[in-house]
Design a binder for this molecule. Structure first.
Ligand code: UD1
Ligand code: CA
Length: 532
């Protein structure tokens, strides 16, 4: 299937995101993503759990890329290979290369130890070492770019060595508490982890979000000084605050206006909370960009989806993965698209389930269409009720309007696929290709035993099983010859009235019908069968 041809012909404009695109010189980002996340009670590493269809870790990684360009390192550990794959898959450029450096923390000895593992990434090459590091937890998907930029700005303005992002929470349990000096300035003097906090510290409502800006010369020398004498026996990154303070360096803090932004996902409840917030942000983003949603609350759009202007989404539409939808489309209720590209002016009626497929401009689908991976529905083509397709290219203006299975098939332009057409593409071992030329007319209930080719302009009569290639412009008819037996049905009805249906007893033997005994026996045996 020629994918390139498809993508060329699809003029779907990807809307520009209105993020602040500017990269900050001298900045590097470290994302900590090595932990298992015990509190998730999961076999899967926490950072691989998804929010709005996107792995948790990618929220921090993408944020890092937006502010620091190509100087982003992610520290992985639990299920390192899977986390690495998720990052590479999501961030690879056209060259296939990802701008993100992934380093492994073999033993999860704490957040401070995690950041220390990233040192070699920034120590190699000709580039000057970063002047500042932005450090992000891998489990804070609600953090906004504007907030991070503000944190960086305050770090500069305050000429701080360490700047921490904090939030004031009603319920601060589980978080590190921010301990401030009792002086008038109330500078941050240290962060104490929940499990190490005394009752007085536990009563503090200001928490550490897990987002820090740290000066380059200070960071790694401080990390080397950490010791694990705490409740968890870990090297806490948060201890760098105390170290900075003790050596007379400036520690600054930014308190979040919206404390929700600091949500750290440690539990499934927090995951569900993050999901709700992110989904709403995504809806608002597309509403603002000119997409109509009849019922936003039931419209589910993944973080990685794009939608064109004046497209209308009816209730219960789900758009997943890398789906791209053009302008002026209408998606009626209960349709789910996963990794699909949809052109402009496409009409999809209710209940279509489509994955990894291309749908070109002005095509019309549904209701109840199932597109499995590898389908191309070309311009103005129509796919109707209860049609399943897989690895099939339906040519421009062609129609498959009712009750069909089309698999491994290349269909030309202006083809009519009759109701009930089936491509028999599988012999139990291998799959075979069907090719249908331009302008072919397939009558209803056609079966095509692949591999088979139907030449352009051919007509296949309804009910035909096509087993051999068909020349262009031929008529093919393959049916069991029809036999008409005059009066047979009436005679059978008469015979049936002679049988007592309750007992199976023949009330009267009749002479007026040929083969009476045999037929009576047949009717009786049938009777007993159904009574069983
Ligand atoms: C951390 C902070 C806490 C803060 C909270 C905010 C520390 C010691 N504590 O606590 O002050 O309030 O975040 O959400 O930093 N990780 C590693 N390697 C490790 C341990 C953790 O990479 O050895 C990663 C995790 O995958 C996670 C992040 O670091 O992405 C934070 O770890 P987590 O265990 O969630 O820390 P918290 O207890 O939430
Ligand atoms: Ca956490």
């Amino acid at each position: 299937m020629s994918r390139s041809r498809v993508t060329e012909s699809l003029a779907v404009k990807k809307p520009v995101r209105h993020d602040q695109q500017e990269k900050i010189a001298g900045l590097a980002v470290v994302v900590m993503a090595a932990g298992l996340g015990k509190r998730m009670c999961s076999k899967q590493a926490k950072v691989l759990h998804r929010v709005a269809g996107q792995e948790l870790v990618l929220y921090s990684v993408r944020l890092g890329l937006r502010v620091a360009g190509d100087r982003v390192a992610v520290v992985v550990g639990h299920q390192a290979d899977l986390v690495r794959q998720a990052i590479v898959r999501a961030t690879s450029e056209k060259s296939g290369r990802s701008p993100v450096a992934v380093v492994e923390q073999r033993e999860q000895l704490g957040t401070g130890h995690a950041v220390l593992q990233s040192r070699p990434v920034f120590a190699v090459g000709k580039r000057a070492s970063p002047s500042r590091y932005l450090i992000l937890n891998g489990d804070t998907p609600l953090l906004q770019e504007a907030t991070v930029r503000e944190l960086l700005r305050i770090h500069e303005v305050e000429r701080a060595t360490v700047t921490v992002l904090t939030a004031v929470l009603e319920d601060a349990s589980g978080y590190g508490r921010v301990v401030r000096a009792r002086s008038t300035e109330q500078r941050v003097s240290r962060i104490v982890e929940d499990r190490d906090a005394n009752p007085e510290e536990q009563a503090i409502h200001e928490v550490n979000v897990g987002t820090y800006v740290v000066n380059g010369e200070f960071l790694f020398s401080a990390l080397e000084k950490l010791d694990p004498s705490n409740a968890q026996g870990e090297f806490y990154l948060t201890e760098i605050v105390r170290l900075a303070e003790h050596s007379g360096q400036r520690v600054a803090a930014v308190v979040l206006d919206n404390a929700n932004e600091g949500l750290g996902v440690n539990t499934r409840r927090q995951l569900a909370e993050a999901e709700q917030v992110v989904r709403q942000q995504i809806r608002n983003q597309w509403l603002d960009a000119g997409v109509t949603m009849i019922d936003p609350a039931s419209t589910w759009i993944d973080a990685t989806v794009t939608i064109g202007k004046d497209t209308v989404l009816y209730p219960n539409v789900t758009l997943e993965g890398t789906t791209v939808i053009g302008e002026d489309c209408v998606l009626r209720s209960s349709t789910r698209l996963t990794n699909c590209t949809v052109g402009n002016g496409v009409d999809m009626l209710d209940h279509c389930v489509c994955a990894d497929s291309y749908i070109e401009d002005a095509a019309r689908l549904g209701p109840f269409v199932h597109l499995r991976p590898g389908v191309v529905v070309r311009k103005k083509a129509k796919v109707g009720n209860f049609v399943e397709m897989k690895k099939t290219d339906l040519g421009e203006g062609s129609k498959a309007n009712h009750l069909s299975y089309l698999g491994d098939t290349k269909i030309g332009k202006s083809v009519n696929i009759g109701a009930g057409t089936i491509t028999c593409n599988y012999d139990g071992v291998r799959k075979y290709q069907t090719v249908i030329g331009d302008g072919v007319f397939l009558g209803s209930d056609t079966q095509l035993i692949a591999p088979v080719t139907v030449g352009a302009g051919a007509i296949i009569a309804a009910g035909t099983t096509v087993t051999e290639d068909v020349p262009a412009d031929a008529l093919v008819i393959g049916r069991v010859p029809q036999v008409n037996r005059a009066g047979w049905a009436a005679r059978r009805r008469a015979l049936q009235t002679d049988v007592n249906h309750e007992t199976g007893q023949v009330k009267r033997t009749t002479k007026y019908i040929g083969g009476t005994k045999k037929q009576v026996a047949f009717l009786k045996s049938n009777q007993t069968k159904t009574q069983r």
